[in-house]
Design a binder for this molecule. Structure first.
Ligand code: AMP
Length: 125
């Protein structure tokens, strides 16, 4: 079921549990602002999720409420993960699903980072 982007943050969501160390993940990077880990159901040779450490439901929530340091830290963190994975030269794709039409399933903001092969058109046709 997709996420209601206007619902309050649920601190029992699976990414909140990963952030608290209650559920394991295959960590790719962590700093003061972000955690990056491999998607459990990869859709490309590289499929990493980058999440802010703060409690934000979605891109909408984060862009409206996060402070400038959190936003800068998150954007820089996403770029850093792409660089450490060696994806800048071949290229990569970022995707953030929001709400029902976006088919967001986990109610903690995450950016999908895909790479490792040509990724084809932006949306399935
Ligand atoms: P979205 O539809 O954008 O909310 O995507 C949620 C993503 O989280 C999916 O690609 C799932 O495969 C991924 N996911 C769900 N649970 C886990 C988990 N425990 N560890 C890593 N990735 C997960």
């Amino acid at each position: 079921m997709s996420v209601d982007p206007k619902a309050p943050y649920d601190n029992q969501n699976i990414f909140a549990k990963i952030l608290r160390g209650e559920i394991p993940c295959n960590k790719m990077h962590e700093d003061d602002h972000v955690l990056a880990f491999e998607d459990i159901n990869p859709q490309a040779p590289n499929h990493v999720l980058v999440i802010p450490k703060g409690a934000y439901v979605s891109w909408d929530d984060f862009s409206a409420k996060a402070d400038d340091a959190e936003i800068a830290g998150f954007i820089r963190g996403v770029g850093h993960v792409a660089r450490i994975l060696g994806l800048v030269e071949p290229g990569y794709r970022l995707l953030a699903n929001v709400g029902h039409h976006g088919h967001q399933e986990v109610p903690h903001l995450h950016v999908h980072l895909f790479g490792g092969q040509p990724l084809g058109p932006m949306l399935a046709r």
